[in-house]
Design a protein around this ligand. Structure first.
Ligand code: AMP
Length: 420
């Protein structure tokens, strides 16, 4: 061990488990690529104000969890705690919305940072794959995104997850509801912090995980009873589109989520095998966010799925992904000349697209074969001085154990023929 360890709340992805993370990212991205979403990558940090305004001044993310700092040049920056605000900022900055092709559909994959209390499934550095559809108000877009996340999870083999669905209304109906909820909350026996929250952001109180608070919220007014006709119709259409596709979801009138920018459709994917950190992904519509960060009105919808928790969900369900071995061929040279000859063979195989590895460090046959076994290779090429004197190498099938001598000049072809 070195003097240093990974910082608290973080962990390293290492082989062989890291292959599962790559496969999860790929499985989430595949349906997006297949549905008109283009890849976007933004910096790991942004002007802190972007998140303060975008995610919301009163959210836990902004008040407690942001890694904010001042640079030597005096800029106030923050490591990104989420993806949506950055992606929207990037799209606006590049004027993607003016190209006359709305919605702008983008997907991303990357690291996010929140100074949270670490526990299983909750880290200070975590990984998300996300999707945003910017600049269109169409229930089919909301439904599309929910279906794509659902398909991604199913393609991974996950089954024990549920989709929670709600509408948070819009600027017309939410203020009326907000006032009604505030009235209700003021009458409860709540601690000072929670009462303050009720004044700044009462909807967030609905999300309070404490039993003592939840018990008092039993008779709370629900947004669904306050939705205006336009929001009601919009939500009904999202539900119908999902129903038509056979996507099973639960209406959850108390679902609010931890970010302030959501309007109308809001959803969360929860997994029942994960204990308290059960949300594997979530998202919704954020029709007002563009204006909040100084852009034009651009109704939009998106989601982010957590890669770390998706991997934990796979473990919880006992799903092992079918990840093919990275190495197909392993070359074992015995002696200097063999090293030169096989190194050329290895390079040629690699250039021809065959995943090949080599025994380095002048190992003897026993040690090298151990490495070959561990690599998962289907074929091993072994060459010693006597083989080379005869102009051949030994090609061994690792599964059957069969071994044949093949002329050096023909080994690449012989490997190819056996791998098809
Ligand atoms: P959010 O941006 O809070 O809506 O989170 C979207 C998804 O990212 C969640 O459902 C989690 O899967 C994942 N996520 C959020 N925060 C963390 C964290 N601290 N550690 C691990 N995963 C997280």
């Amino acid at each position: 061990m070195s003097t240093f360890q990974a910082p608290k709340g973080t962990y390293d992805l290492l082989p062989p488990n890291s292959a599962t993370y790559l496969a999860v990212r790929e499985a989430i991205a595949a349906p997006l690529r297949n549905s008109g979403y283009g890849y976007v990558e933004t910096p790991g940090f942004e002007n802190v104000e972007l998140f303060a305004r975008g995610v919301g001044e009163s959210t836990d993310i902004v008040t407690k969890e942001m890694y904010a700092f001042e640079t030597k040049g005096g800029d106030r920056l923050a490591l990104r705690p989420e993806g949506t605000a950055s992606v929207l900022r990037a799209a606006l900055e590049a004027n993607l919305h003016k190209a006359g092709n709305l919605p702008v559909k983008l997907w991303y994959s990357g690291s996010y940072y929140r100074y949270e209390r670490p526990q299983k499934g909750r880290y200070r550095h975590f990984s998300q794959v996300g999707a945003e559809a910017i600049g269109a108000e169409d229930p089919a877009l909301d439904a599309e995104l929910i279906i794509l996340a659902n398909d991604a999870y199913r393609s991974l083999g996950l089954r024990n997850f549920r989709i929670l669905l709600n509408s948070l209304g819009d600027q017309e109906c939410r203020p009326v509801y907000r006032a009604a909820l505030q009235d209700f909350l003021r009458g409860l026996d709540l601690d000072e912090d929670t009462l303050r929250r009720a004044e700044i952001n009462p909807l967030r109180v609905l999300d309070d995980k404490r039993d003592a608070v939840q018990k008092q919220l039993v008779g709370a007014p629900l947004l669904r009873d306050y939705l205006c006709d336009a929001c009601k119709a919009y939500h009904e259409e999202v539900r119908e589109l999902l129903n038509a596709e056979g996507v099973v979801y639960e209406d959850d009138p108390k679902l609010v989520r931890g970010l302030d920018y959501y309007t109308r459709t809001t959803f969360e994917f929860v997994h029942d095998g994960l204990g308290s950190q059960s949300a594997v992904g979530g998202g919704g519509r954020y029709d007002g966010l563009s204006e909040m960060i100084g852009g034009p009105a651009l109704p939009s919808v998106g989601w982010a799925l957590g890669v770390d928790r998706t991997v934990l969900a796979l473990e919880a369900e006992g799903v092992a992904l079918d990840i093919p071995s990275a190495t197909s061929v392993f070359a074992v040279p015995l002696g200097e000349e063999a090293r030169r000859v096989l190194f050329r063979v290895v390079t040629e195989l690699r250039r021809g697209g065959v995943a090949t590895d080599f025994s380095y460090g002048g190992k003897g046959l026993k040690g090298a074969m151990k490495n070959a076994n561990r690599s998962g290779a289907r074929l091993t090429i072994v060459a010693g001085e006597r083989d080379l004197a005869d102009g051949v190498v030994q090609l061994k099938d690792m599964e059957s154990g069969d071994q044949v001598a093949v002329p050096v000049a023909e080994v690449v072809e012989a490997v190819r023929a056996r791998l098809v």
